[in-house]
Design a protein around this ligand. Structure first.
Ligand code: PPS
Length: 961
């Protein structure tokens, strides 16, 4: 492990690699936040005449952004062991995006390298590696840069003489005279009230030793928790030579605890020890060399932004921190930046850049933090980037919150930024919150946190963003970050690794920024225990919002009302509701009112916590996630279902958990009069019926060119989105024919809202729609609106057909035995089950004028008769001749020959080895093909089950021709 870390300065062997895209082997992994991956065939010339072909996975987006085309010639840079970790293109070097395997509550983290090996980090490996182990690390050496100065250099600050100050302090007044000018006189009588409207507390004013400007004015209400301690720290943090005035109102001192008195005494106060209640006191002095906070700034090629930032830091309250600031410059070529720093007299160090993209930023930050530890003898380090804008109370914010880092070990950082703070949603400048996350855009950590974390910092060949890295449990150890409701920084960079995309830059607009000074933060509320108590109190008074339609709801506008929105996630990556809330929050379609004091979002990750596993659906069904043995049994035999399974009560309907995401949308689906819905339990002849009905309605003369489209594109499968996620199947990528079809059919729609669902919505009239859902999960007025054809099949054939289906389709990926499958079927443990309830719910409606009930066996044996019945029901008015032609066109042999089920790109759904061995979707298409498949015992069991469930139902299944 050690060698990996220390060996990040690679002994480089350059070998030639030729990169081409794998023909047709598109293994996209989704188009979510992490983009799509492509596989690259890389031929690595490891030695003369010896080529090795390796397959690397690379992020397509990254390749495209770098302008790398499929036929580009790339070079692989291998280390001494021949491992390729970077690709070189022209003069540029970059790592191929690496996949990360993380187990949130496990201390081991693995990052996939380019060569498919893992860079694994475990805290235990770092027990003997300390910050001192890096003394010989050459990546931490600052580069000496000679810059050419044409104009004569301006004297640095240190050449300016400090002002001559005369200080007077006494029990009743204090005065300060700088260079013969009286800057402040505060007699402790009526004048005091003019200083501050707050009538209790200690008042501090600080004057800059060089500019003579008042740089800080703060009131400390020291009867409040932690404030006395902060007062002492503030005094200790004053720069050398600062001139400070401290005055107190008469009834304050009982709030000053013993340690504060000692600290004030150590700063030179004679009176602090003796102050008692009702004393008034004024003290003025000029010194202060005890340091608490230091600043490190990351800079590169934007000197104009750096200038703005450095000025803002220096002008911050507390006489500035220029002597406790260091700037880390990324790259010796940044001459303008370096000149600026020389002009300003700000200390800097120059980092030799390492890597590209995320690693480059991460490695620069590492260098900057190491540099800060080395050069700044402070206890807390504030990290800034050159493109930040600081609020006037930025330093005050950091100074006050620094107390929290000492007092509360469950915190590891303070962030100046808040990602949810928009001008309409952030108001309270005193309010702090805690987040389980990483800090950003101006943050502060303690020296010992850096000493603990820096040795584990990712090497250059690991393409992890530093903030995600800090967010990992490996680093965080369950500690949290303090964030403000009102941000103390704003991010106004125009270019940068993460701001090239206009969407990202837009995300920074409309953000709130504090414009206050003298902000008194509510520190006590954010201490772990009180924070949790306060949250519970908020929860108690929270008014739950009953959201019926997640796309159309509002928040109450009264001030002081706390609203609770319960966001239910149907699986661990279900972020649909969050996305919607975020859109609202930014001021989208359903925006929050101008100011919502608290928005509580309660998460019920239903698959994880058993006491929160029940959800109600619009259909009235209660949802329970499968757990324990029941889930284990399913997961063992069904490798396809990725996100678990749910049961609906009443009915015991079983579905993949993704069903919950769409259930209410199916229930509220707007069926229309012209729609015909084809309803079946799986494997009962749906596809056959689809072709028959679509042809009767759209292609009676068999001359419609649309007939060439796959049957499932012409008759959309409304709930297919529920079945798409599978561990065994790659996600469907945006360039998959299905997605192209979606974009053409539903332009501008978001696939996250359901590809098949929306294709069903957008389908042209007259719509013929397929479903395996029972009537009870669809709109109550369905039969009053549209025609429904229900096709039933005898269970013995259905079981055999379903078994075959479950093996050939990867989204099911059934690996159990046939015997176990039979048991799954009889126990109602197959999705869409129970078979009998499905059938009986429709059977009850068989006399409804808008429902036509049919049997597979009749369709097979008396095809024309059944087509005639359909002709009447659908009112298609076809001639006998037309029906005959359709009968032939939709026969098993014809449909099997066309095999036009899903169209291009269908291969990804199938286990082709099983298809080649046991046949494809069009298996037998017969009545009685179950014969010879069941053992006597199985058959007996099925017969008993049929007898029991059929009861006195007037159905006579035919089990053979
Ligand atoms: S699915 O996946 O649930 O929609 O399957 P589904 O279409 O309902 O059922 C597939 C079975 O129907 C058979 N089939 C046909 N039989 C007769 N004629 C035609 N034209 C026809 N088309 C499909 C298909 O072969 C499956 O049955 P088995 O018994 O497995 O052959």
């Amino acid at each position: 492990m050690c060698s990996l870390l220390m060996g990040c300065r690679l002994a480089v062997v350059v070998v030639v690699v030729v990169v081409t895209l794998c023909g047709g082997g598109d293994r996209g992994r989704g188009w979510g936040a992490y983009g799509r991956f492509i596989e690259l065939n890389v031929t690595v010339a490891v030695a003369e005449d010896v080529n090795v072909t390796e397959i690397f996975r690379a992020k397509e987006e990254d390749m495209a952004r770098r302008g790398i085309t499929h036929d580009a010639q790339l070079f692989g840079r291998a280390d001494a062991d021949g491992k390729v970790q970077e690709l070189v293109w022209g003069s540029r070097v970059f790592p191929v995006y690496m996949e990360t395997k993380m187990d949130w509550y496990n201390m081991t983290y693995s990052y996939i390298n380019l060569d498919h090996t893992f860079w694994t980090v475990n805290r235990a490996d770092f027990t003997n590696i300390t910050i001192n182990s890096f003394t010989n690390d050459t990546t931490l050496e600052s580069v000496d840069v000679e810059v050419d100065w044409s104009p004569p250099p301006v004297p640095p600050h240190s050449d300016l003489s400090p002002a001559t100050a005369t200080l007077t302090s006494a029990l009743h007044h204090a005065a300060i005279n700088i260079d013969n000018t009286t800057v402040s006189i505060y007699p402790v009588d009526e004048g005091w009230m003019e200083i501050e409207e707050v009538t209790t507390g200690v008042f501090l004013q600080v004057v800059h030793p060089h500019s003579h400007r008042v740089t800080q004015t703060v009131t400390f209400p020291i009867d409040r928790p932690l404030v006395a301690e902060e007062l002492v720290r503030t005094l200790r943090s004053l720069s050398n030579g600062s001139v400070a005035l401290l005055a107190s109102y008469h009834n304050t001192w009982k709030g000053l605890d013993a340690s504060s008195r000692t600290a004030l005494t150590s700063l030179g106060s004679h009176a602090a020890k003796y102050l008692t209640a009702h004393d008034s006191w004024v003290w003025a002095w000029q010194e202060g060399d005890l340091r608490d906070l230091g600043v490190v700034v990351l800079a590169s090629a934007r000197p104009q932004l750096l200038y703005r930032l450095v000025l803002a830091v220096v002008e911050q309250g507390g006489a500035g921190v220029v002597d406790r600031m260091v700037v880390s410059v990324d790259g010796p070529q940044q001459h303008e930046t370096i000149k600026l720093l020389q002009l300003l007299g700000v200390p800097y160090r120059v980092h030799m850049p390492e890597g590209q993209g995320s690693p480059r930023i991460s490695r620069h930050l590492r260098f900057a933090l190491f540099t800060a530890l080395k050069l700044l003898t402070v206890d807390k380090i504030i990290v800034l980037e050159e493109d930040l804008i600081l609020a006037p109370d930025f330093m005050e914010y950091m100074r006050q919150t620094s107390v929290l880092l000492d007092r509360d070990p469950s915190l590891y950082a303070v962030s100046a930024y808040c990602h949810f703070a928009y001008v309409h949603s952030a108001r309270d400048t005193t309010r702090l919150n805690r987040v389980h996350s990483f800090p950003s855009y101006g943050w502060m950590v303690k020296r010992n946190f850096l000493e603990e974390t820096l040795p584990m910092w990712p090497p250059v060949f690991v393409a992890v963003d530093w903030d995600y890295w800090m967010d990992s449990e490996l680093v965080r150890l369950e500690r949290e970050v303090v964030i403000p409701e009102m941000p103390r920084t704003d991010h106004h960079g125009t270019t940068g690794v993460h701001t090239v995309d206009p969407k990202n830059t837009a995300g920074f607009s409309n953000k709130a920024l504090s414009n206050g000074t003298h902000t008194r933060l509510d520190l006590a509320i954010v201490m772990k225990e009180s924070y949790e108590e306060a949250m519970k109190e908020e929860l108690k008074r929270a008014v739950p919002l009953h959201v019926k339609d997640p796309n159309n709801f509002t928040f109450p506008t009264q001030q002081g009302v706390v609203s609770a929105v319960c966001v239910k996630m149907s699986h661990s990556t279900d972020n649909a509701a969050f996305k919607h809330l975020t859109r609202c929050h930014r001021g989208g379609r359903t925006s929050f009112p101008t100011y919502v004091p608290t928005i509580l979002i309660l998460l019920a990750v239903t698959i994880m916590c058993s006491d929160r596993t029940t959800t109600s659906l619009a259909s009235g069904h209660e949802v329970t996630h499968l757990e324990g043995e029941e889930l284990a049994r399913q997961e063992k035999e069904w490798e396809g279902y990725t996100e678990g399974l749910v049961r609906l009560t009443p009915g015991r309907w079983l579905f993949p958990s993704t069903f919950i995401q769409y259930a209410d949308k199916y229930y509220h689906f707007k069926f229309q009069e012209k729609d015909v819905l084809l309803m079946t339990y799986p494997k009962c002849g749906t596809t056959w019926l689809q072709e028959i009905v679509w042809t009767m309605r759209n292609n009676p003369n068999l001359d419609n060119p649309m007939a060439k489209a796959p049957v499932n594109a012409r008759v959309s499968f409304i709930e297919m989105d529920t079945l798409l996620k599978s561990k065994k199947m790659p996600d469907i990528t945006p360039d998959h024919p299905l997605m192209k079809g979606f974009q053409m059919m539903c332009p501008g729609r978001d696939p996250a809202d359901g590809v098949f669902l929306q294709m069903t919505e957008c389908a042209p009239d007259p719509r013929t729609i397929k479903t395996h859902l029972s009537l009870s999960l669809l709109p109550q007025n369905l039969l009053d609106t549209s025609k429904v054809v229900y096709l039933a099949r005898n269970p013995k054939d259905a079981i055999v057909s379903f078994y075959h289906h479950s093996r050939i389709f990867k989204n099911h990926n059934y690996t159990g035995t046939f015997d176990e499958f039979v048991q799954f079927f009889l126990d109602d443990d197959l999705i869409y089950g129970p078979y009998w309830l499905h059938l009986k719910t429709a059977w009850k409606q068989r006399n409804h004028p808008n429902l036509h009930f049919m049997f597979f066996e009749d369709l097979k044996n008396n095809n024309m008769e059944e087509l005639n019945k359909l002709n009447n029901f659908l009112n298609t008015k076809l001639t006998e001749e037309q029906l005959k032609n359709i009968s032939h066109y939709t026969s098993f042999s014809e449909m099997k020959a066309r095999a036009n089920l899903l169209g291009d790109g269908a291969d990804m759904f199938f286990n082709l080895d099983i298809v080649n061995k046991d046949g494809g979707f069009f298996r037998k298409g017969e009545v009685g093909s179950w014969k010879g498949k069941y053992t006597t015992e199985q058959e007996h069991k099925i017969d008993q089950w049929i007898k029991k469930n059929l009861g006195d139902l007037d159905i006579n299944f035919k089990y053979s021709n």
